[in-house]
Design a protein around this ligand. Structure first.
Ligand SMILES: *Cc1c(COP(=O)(O)O)cnc(C)c1O
Length: 452
């Protein structure tokens, strides 16, 4: 107990946590010391269901034997050597596998260490692609309102979540932001109409500005950090068609949606979309180690290929790029996807939770439940009829997740949207347990408000 308390004090004294108001952390500190399956344990020995896959990463649960062993095995060979001008064995093998499982037109793998880096790389590649072809006017990017692509300066320049991004405006480069087809927040909520309106807006922009637009960047099928907003059917396909028509590169950000999360290996498969560039990270190592990649088409790759003196080289790279331990974990992860038929099972589990989640709609303040595969957002609102949100300063979403923590489950909200993103290998029983806890927590948190 003393040792644990001591650790808590140290964490308050020395750490500065990401996306965290440290004043909140001081009030409700949490230090995880162990994990097993879909559970993590804190330093006091309290167990929690990992309801957000340790921030959308974990696939097979914690301490998955096969991944543990793959890392140990790699440790007996080498932990890291650079990818600058040289390769290594697991990075090469993983690249082959990634090309195999991603859309057919993606033939090249450029590694990095985080989703944001994969996005930065996709932006720089798209920009330089047009330069290398002599089309120097094509410099601008188009993104969707409420889109999220990571936190580095390039990534926030194509991001549009006001609460994260507004403060940095003077630092960012300009990009065009088009309306996102948000079915819940648009009236009338007819997905087909909203889709068509949004595509028309994109077409108008493209027809006017295509000569200065390098690429369109968009999350795959569902906006994650922007609030778990599922795109209407046909929207992403429509974007691809417009990009083709106006000679604009399409970057699909699959950092959150890749590796089975949405019920397909990659979400673009839902609509048979073939992006020019695709970013992957989060689930790539099963949630073990920081590996990311930007997948590129041969068309993009070829624009960079030539004699050194032509200055077409992509001058970009990070120290730990292609790290052997990470790539070994990723290879073990992909093997498990096959052996355990993860993607098909996600589809079945998605159906199961979709039925179970229906019981939440009876709660007075559950406004909307949005789901694609095992990626779920539960939006809490003050008034279900008018969809009026709670005052943001009330922090209802945050309070509900603190209540969930008390009841033995972890997640992090997006404003008043409760995120439910369990590890893909979560059992039916555990999924049901998590839904029960969320329901209880939401009920207890919002009941207090109604009687006030
Ligand atoms: C998480 C996320 C990122 C950023 O990934 P990091 O590894 O946290 O840098 C980028 N894009 C999307 C869609 C994400 O969900």
């Amino acid at each position: 107990m003393n040792e644990a308390n001591n650790m808590i004090e140290k964490s308050k004294k020395y750490l500065w946590l990401p996306f965290t108001q440290m004043k909140d952390y001081e009030e409700d500190p949490l230090i995880i010391s162990e994990g097993e399956g879909v559970y993590v344990t804190d330093i006091y020995g309290k167990k929690y269901l990992d309801g957000y896959s340790s921030l959308w990463l974990n696939v097979h649960g914690h301490r998955k034997h096969e991944i543990d062993e793959a890392i140990k095995e790699q440790l007996t060979k080498i932990s890291h050597s650079t990818l600058l001008g040289a390769s290594n064995v697991p990075a090469t093998e993983l690249a082959e596998k990634l090309v195999e499982i991603t859309p057919d037109n993606l033939t090249r793998v450029f590694y990095s260490d985080s989703g944001a880096e994969a996005v930065e790389i996709s932006l720089k590649l798209a920009f330089q692609y047009w330069r290398n072809l002599g089309k120097t006017n094509k410099q601008k990017f188009v993104t969707t309102k409420n889109g999220y692509h990571g936190d580095t300066v390039g990534a926030i320049s194509v991001g549009a979540v006001d609460i994260f991004h507004t403060v940095y405006h003077p630092l960012m480069f300009d990009s065009y932001k088009v309306s996102f087809p948000n079915v819940y927040r648009n009236e009338p909520s007819d997905p087909e109409t909203i889709k068509n309106e949004c595509l028309l807006e994109v077409e108008q922009l493209f027809s006017e500005k295509h000569e200065e637009i390098a690429a369109f960047i968009i999350e795959g099928m569902i906006q994650g950090a922007g609030g778990m907003n599922v795109m209407p059917k046909g929207y992403l396909k429509g974007i691809q068609e417009l990009c083709n028509k106006y000679n604009i590169l399409l970057i699909v950000d699959e950092v959150a949606t890749g590796f089975g999360r949405t019920g397909k290996m990659f979400s673009v498969e839902h609509e048979n979309v073939q992006p020019d560039l695709m970013t992957i990270a989060k689930g790539i190592t099963g949630g073990y180690l920081p590996i990311a990649a930007t997948m590129a088409s041969e068309k993009v790759y070829e624009a960079f290929y030539g004699d050194y003196t032509e200055l077409k080289t992509f001058f970009h790279g990070h120290s730990y790029t292609g790290n052997q331990l990470g790539c070994a974990a990723a290879l073990a992860n992909l093997k498990l996807f096959k052996e355990e038929d993860i993607v098909n099972n996600v589809q079945k589990k998605a159906k199961f939770i979709s039925e179970k989640l229906q019981t939440l709609t009876e709660l007075e303040h559950v406004g909307d439940i949005r789901q694609l595969g095992l990626m779920v957002g539960i939006e809490l609102v003050k008034d279900k009829q008018t969809k009026e949100p709670f005052p943001w300063g009330d922090r209802i979403g945050y309070k509900a997740t603190l209540k969930m923590r008390e009841l033995g489950m972890l997640s992090r909200p997006l404003g008043d949207v409760i995120v439910f993103m369990p590890p893909l290998a979560t059992s039916y029983e555990e999924l049901e347990q998590m839904i029960t806890i969320m329901k209880q927590a939401i009920k207890q948190t919002t009941e207090v408000l109604t009687t006030r």
